[in-house]
Design a protein. Sequence first.
Length: 183
Amino acid sequence: MISLELAKQGRARSATGLSPAGFHNAVEGQFQWASLWLTSRTARLLAPRADRLMKPKLARVLSFGQYVARPTRIPADDAAATVRGLADAPWFYETLRAITTSGPFSGGERIAVPVTIAWGQHDRLLLRHQARRAQRAIPSARMLTLQGCGHLPTYDDPEQVTTVLLEGSRPANSRVPVRRGGA
């Protein structure tokens, strides 16, 4: 969402959004707020014992399944660090309020730089049909599906995400096709 706003203001040479906020309706915004609020509250409860609790794969599936399509790929140490980081994030509730209560993204037709929006095929937080709203809001955007990925695709397929980011930063006339398969 931030990269799209910067592009709209002419403060970026390109913008790539990975399942960006700003394309939900009122009900979806409430769902997102409740999901993220509950995740934060749970993280605060788990944080003191996160190292031990995140070792079993089932714990990572239960803790990260809404956000990552393949939560067992998250190393236990990374999962524990994420839980602790979220539990201690002083900015979390202010950011949550901003991304779930702000109006829909608008003004996308004024963006003059290349824009790529890639949505996780298995995004269970910002549901995939929101990509259609993003396409309407930014008609010039190149739309992609991150195959086999959830809302946080870097754990699901870091190579695919890297390719999308690198391709998205190139001028539109020098782009090559992005790999469409997930690992």
